[in-house]
Design a protein around this ligand. Structure first.
Ligand code: SF4
Ligand code: SF4
Length: 154
């Protein structure tokens, strides 16, 4: 039984994770674990980095092909795609799909939350873009929090 089936919350044990080298260039982390007929993430990737055996299967990211461009984030109706990029000085950039109001601005300080909505840290917004109906907010955080921060509260 998967960890999230016991707790109702995804854990890192449920996910395929990239290695450090892949994280340094930036990669998509897809937290999609339900077998539903859905595949816009596959079509959105200009680098053919996301694959699926069939439309009911789970998407798989080829972390070597992925360049961390974030094009797949806003097309996911489940808000299940994040991009994590490790940068210098123990910091990471985390790009998060966001559909709440208010929408933050660059340089705002916001509360970073984990998968259960618990406060992790105060982080700085570095980029805000809108594609379709979903905003993508990129925050700067400590690298040790990069796999836990999955939402923000403005
Ligand atoms: S981040 Fe860019 S390259 Fe990586 S899977 Fe998404 S669309 Fe493809
Ligand atoms: S678009 Fe989102 S919900 Fe749909 S298969 Fe891809 S990751 Fe899963």
């Amino acid at each position: 039984m998967k960890e999230y089936e016991k707790t109702g919350v995804l854990s890192l044990k449920d996910l395929r994770l990239p290695n450090e080298k892949q994280l340094e260039k930036g990669v998509a982390i897809i937290e999609c674990v339900q077998h539903i007929p859905c595949n816009p993430c596959v079509d959105a990737c200009p680098f053919d980095a996301i694959s699926m055996k069939d439309i009911n299967d789970l998407p798989v990211v080829d972390f070597d092909k992925c360049v961390g461009c974030g094009q797949c984030i806003s097309v996911c109706p489940g808000l299940a795609i994040f991009v994590v990029k490790h940068i210098m000085d123990g910091k990471a950039l985390i790009s998060i799909p966001y559909e709440f109001l208010p929408v933050p601005s660059v340089n705002d300080k916001v509360e970073a939350l984990d998968r259960e909505g618990r406060f992790v840290d105060t982080v700085v917004v570095k980029k805000v873009v809108k594609k379709g109906k979903t905003w993508v907010v990129t925050v700067l955080a400590n690298v040790e929090d990069a796999m836990n921060i999955r939402n923000i509260r403005v």
